[in-house]
Design a protein around this ligand. Structure first.
Ligand SMILES: [Zn+2]
Length: 345
């Protein structure tokens, strides 16, 4: 049995800790998230409903442009499997898109090479300057820029990085009239109401304005380049593409995913933490999050997988505590951040 290596009280069934927002434990030490039957029923209903609607949407819109879908491809296991699903199960013409955030493991890059060659698809890699990415991560780590509710599911740095992925994928889709953007999120990472949705840039820009203003004040005009879409493009585009998270429609364990992608040449990188299969800044992101909030940004996702019987509690704890110190120290040095700068939220 894997031992808790911190002294935090955790749910006996999942791994949510006493520091998680709005958590309560019953007399058996089981949390209110595990005990909320209604939440689980709503989620199952959302999945069933989304499955039919996604198939209809795909059938209605594919075959009309150069590509049917852009797949946001990080080189990690979940997006690798999403790419495979898009090509082999849904028969889509896809364009694979990778954001190089400056911290991608070299093994993940070689995985991207092998997988896109094996699947026979086009690949675009976008790399903002390392200086910009480090600046973005530094502000996201030090300043409390995001709503704490957003941060129950994701670290601030991951959220900043994914904002660039989403923006650049949306920009490309609008330029090329591609109807779909596919990402590899699972239901532990996103709410079941967002398995698929149509983009709306105006709405997004409005809600994100204060955050972008903060970034612009410190990072200048590069922020617009990577995180905004011009009015000109909005005017000439045929409409907003849909985002779909195909993996949410599959009932598949992590081991089964890995088994499916190994034949494509995918290899598990060794220079990442237990919660990532591609990114070397992740353990630092988790470290900052725990310092600020007292819980890991992966607790919700891993707990969700446990409740779905897709991961055991021991496996989840092992991942949670596999946070290599040398990775954390490496990023601290790159971003010039020390512990005294990290204040509680
Ligand atoms: Zn629980």
């Amino acid at each position: 049995m894997f031992k808790n290596n911190d002294d935090i009280k955790r749910c006996k069934r999942c791994i949510l800790s006493e520091n998680f927002p709005r958590i309560k434990f019953d007399s058996n030490g089981v949390c209110n998230f595990c005990n909320n039957e209604l939440l689980h029923i709503t989620e199952d209903e959302d999945i069933d409903k989304s499955r039919d609607e996604v198939i209809n949407l795909l059938n209605k819109n594919k075959g009309q442009a150069e590509y049917d879908a852009i797949v946001c491809y990080s080189g990690g296991k979940d997006s690798t499997y999403t790419l495979k699903l898009a090509v082999e199960k849904y028969k889509l013409k896809v364009l694979s898109f990778t954001l190089d955030n400056g911290f991608i493991s070299p093994v993940a890059f070689s995985n991207i090479e092998k997988v896109v060659s094996e699947l026979g698809i086009d690949q675009i890699t976008y790399r903002p300057s390392y200086k910009f990415m480090k600046g973005l991560f530094r502000i996201s780590s030090l300043d409390n820029i995001y709503n704490p509710k957003t941060l129950t599911r994701i670290s601030a740095n991951c959220n900043s990085c994914i904002s660039i992925v989403n923006n650049m994928a949306l920009k490309m889709a609008m330029e090329k009239n591609i109807p779909f953007i596919l990402a590899g999120f699972t239901l532990g990472q996103i709410p079941s109401s967002t398995i698929f949705y149509q983009n709306n840039y105006e709405f997004l820009a409005e809600s994100r304005k204060p955050i972008l203003d903060k970034f612009k004040a410190e990072l200048g005009s590069d922020v617009s380049k990577h995180l905004e879409i011009s009015q000109e493009l909005i005017k000439k585009s045929k409409g907003y593409p849909y985002n779909i998270n195909l993996l949410c429609l599959e009932d598949i364990t992590e081991d089964e995913i890995v088994e499916q992608i190994l034949p494509l040449g995918w290899v598990k990188p060794k220079d990442v933490d237990g919660c990532s299969t591609n990114c070397r800044i992740n353990s630092f992101n988790n470290y900052v999050h725990i310092k600020k909030f007292g819980y890991s940004p992966y607790e919700l996702e891993l707990s969700h997988l446990i409740r779905k019987n897709l991961l055991t509690r021991d496996e989840a704890l092992k991942k949670l505590f596999d946070q290599p110190q040398e990775q954390i120290d490496f990023v601290k040095a790159e971003l010039r951040i020390d512990d005294s700068m990290l204040e509680k939220y």
